[in-house]
Design a protein around this ligand. Structure first.
Ligand SMILES: [Zn+2]
Length: 582
């Protein structure tokens, strides 16, 4: 022993003292005690201390800062050993324990000294140290397991293993912890629960009632607290706490308690009913204002918002304008719905018309395919011809019939032509069918408009209205104003004829013709493109010609003359079968 001491006498040690407030360190000596004893021990053993290191953290998990920096310094050879009260001061987890043993193995730590434990760096000594670290880890593990088991056991015995709720007190009787009724506060809590059960009080009211009788948030030394308990805490800790009728919640489970109840289960059930009803009311109020964001105010231009009043939804101007003093009033949701539905109906497409159109589209698709084939074939033949010419050109050049310059000029000419033809084929294939699919989808959509307009799903109506009218719809003097966009404007017909069963032939009502015509002649390019397509495909007239002429000549006359002809001509050909009930 003495020999060891003198041989390491000149070498330096870290003194490491640690104690945490955690339960596993309850038995350990205090840090000042550890230091005093370690200093005496160092003197006795002739150990030179480089620095005293103090840590106040648990060693249950790795990541202690003082310990880690000590290990780093030992790795840099600043010291050759550690002096500590017991191995469990150094480590209570497998990583830190393993690190110490590894440093002993690699010779970085030459010695470890503990007043409570004898260690030397022999195989046997290292084995004993491993066991000591293992024990201190086991101690932590079993402690937490025991604590959990203890609490569970307690719960099963009916003893609430935590802080009692307001109205009860944690007390120690005959050296046992138990929970007693708080004679002063229990009647107040009971009173509050009875009040709430009537359904006439809000949770907030219960909070102020309790506060009035001295039941508030906990007061702190700094003078904070002492305020009414917040609503969510009242709900969880008082209104829905089964503790008051004799059960208790612990870790998500309900146990039967041995404490005395202060209310009956019947009263508690009544309270639960009110709590449930209250939470429902809140969620109901949060929904549901289907037409929000659809309209602007027709007077000031600001958005229309919604508001619930006595069970009805009203729409009104947000009146945010600082320039215009908006005088608009509230409009009932039912009124808005009715008017909007009527507006939607004006752009619905009758099923029999839709069927006709779809049929026509199918024919069109076939025609396109056919004409496409013919067109492509012609172009391909032309390309073949060019290839042959190129071959002959090359032959002539090789036979020295033509000179190099003439050859090159002619060749580039032919190649350019060939390229143009190839591109024409690609373009033609791409554009010929492009309009068919969107057109079909739109026809289906337009047919479904009436179903949505007559239905009760206001959300569907809003989505559709945004599609058809865009974001320019307004509400003014309780009237809805909408303008159909693009292709939809072509469908606007007067509602009466829309619903009547067609007689012998497909007849377009006058408003339909006029609006559709307007769309076709519109200078807005997207509207015009659609209108053009619409007429061209269905009634065989190339609007672009009419449009160009009209922009030069008198628009009114030209339109009438030009379109009367094609409408009259076309409608005569369009026989449609009479409906069965007619
Ligand atoms: Zn307004």
């Amino acid at each position: 022993m003495e020999q060891t001491a003198s041989s390491i006498g000149s070498q330096k040690f870290f003194l490491y003292a640690r104690k945490s407030t955690d339960v596993e360190d309850k038995q350990a000596r205090s840090i000042p005690d550890q230091i005093i004893e370690l200093r005496e021990f160092a003197k006795r053993e002739n150990i030179e201390i480089l620095e005293e290191l103090i840590e106040k953290q648990s060693a249950k998990i790795p990541g202690r800062p003082v310990f880690n920096s000590m290990i780093e310094r030992i790795e840099k050879d600043e010291a050759c050993g550690i002096l500590a009260w017991h191995p469990d001061r150094l480590a209570r987890n497998s990583i830190d324990g393993g690190k110490i043993i590894y440093l002993v193995d690699t010779g970085k730590i030459k010695l470890l000294k503990f007043p409570q434990f004898w260690f030397d760096p022999t195989p046997q000594g290292k084995f004993m140290l491993t066991i000591a670290f293992g024990q201190s880890k086991y101690y932590v593990d079993s402690l937490s397991e025991n604590t959990k088991r203890g609490l569970r056991q307690k719960a099963l015995r009916g003893e609430f293993p935590s802080w009692a709720p307001v109205g009860y007190l944690n007390v120690i009787r005959d050296r046992r912890k138990t929970i007693m009724v708080d004679k002063k506060r229990a009647p107040i809590v009971k009173n509050a629960l009875e009040m709430f059960a009537t359904g006439d009080y809000r949770i907030m009211d219960i909070g102020s009632f309790l506060a009035k009788h001295g039941i508030t948030t906990r007061k702190t030394k700094k003078g904070q607290g002492g305020k009414p308990i917040p609503s969510d805490q009242i709900t969880y800790q008082i209104l829905t706490n089964p503790f008051y009728y004799g059960h208790f919640r612990f870790k998500g489970e309900v146990y039967e308690g041995i404490h005395s109840p202060i209310i009956t289960k019947k009263l508690w059930d009544m309270v639960q009913k009110v709590v449930k009803r209250r939470s429902k009311v809140i969620t109901k109020e949060r929904i549901h204002k289907p037409f929000m964001g659809l309209f602007r105010c027709g007077e000031c231009g600001y958005m229309i918002t919604a508001e619930m009043k006595k069970g009805f939804t009203y729409y009104r101007c947000t009146k945010k304008s600082k320039v215009i003093k908006c005088m608009q009033l509230f409009t009932r949701e039912e009124d808005v719905d009715k008017q909007l539905s009527d507006e939607l109906l004006t752009v619905s497409l009758r099923q029999d018309w839709a069927d006709q159109m779809l049929q026509k589209l199918e024919g069109e698709e076939k025609d396109v395919a056919q004409s496409c084939q013919v067109f492509v074939q012609t172009k391909k033949d032309e390309i073949k011809l060019i290839n042959a010419k190129l071959q002959r050109l090359l032959d002539s050049y090789l036979d020295e019939v033509i000179d190099r310059d003439a050859y090159l000029t002619k060749k580039s000419e032919l190649l350019s032509l060939k390229k143009t033809l190839e591109e024409q084929i690609i373009n033609f294939e791409q554009t010929q069918n492009a309009w068919l699919e969107p057109m079909k989808n739109w026809i289906m959509e337009a047919t479904n408009v009436a179903n949505i307009a007559r239905g009760n799903n206001l959300d569907e109506k809003k989505v559709l209205a945004l599609k058809i009218f865009g974001s320019n719809s307004t509400l003014r003097d309780r009237k809805v104003y909408c303008v159909a966009l693009n292709q939809w404007s072509a469908l606007r017909a007067d509602p009466p004829t829309r619903d009547s069963v067609p007689r012998e032939r497909l007849e377009l009502s006058r408003p339909f013709r006029t609006t559709a015509l307007k769309a076709a002649l519109s200078t807005d390019s997207s509207t015009w493109a659609f209108g053009n397509l619409f007429y061209h495909r269905f009634w065989g007239v190339d609007i672009s010609l009419i449009w160009v002429e009209n922009s030069i000549c008198n628009l009114e006359n030209r339109t009438r003359a030009g379109l009367r002809d094609f409408f009259d001509g076309e409608t005569q050909e369009k026989e449609i079968p009479c409906q069965a009930e007619h």
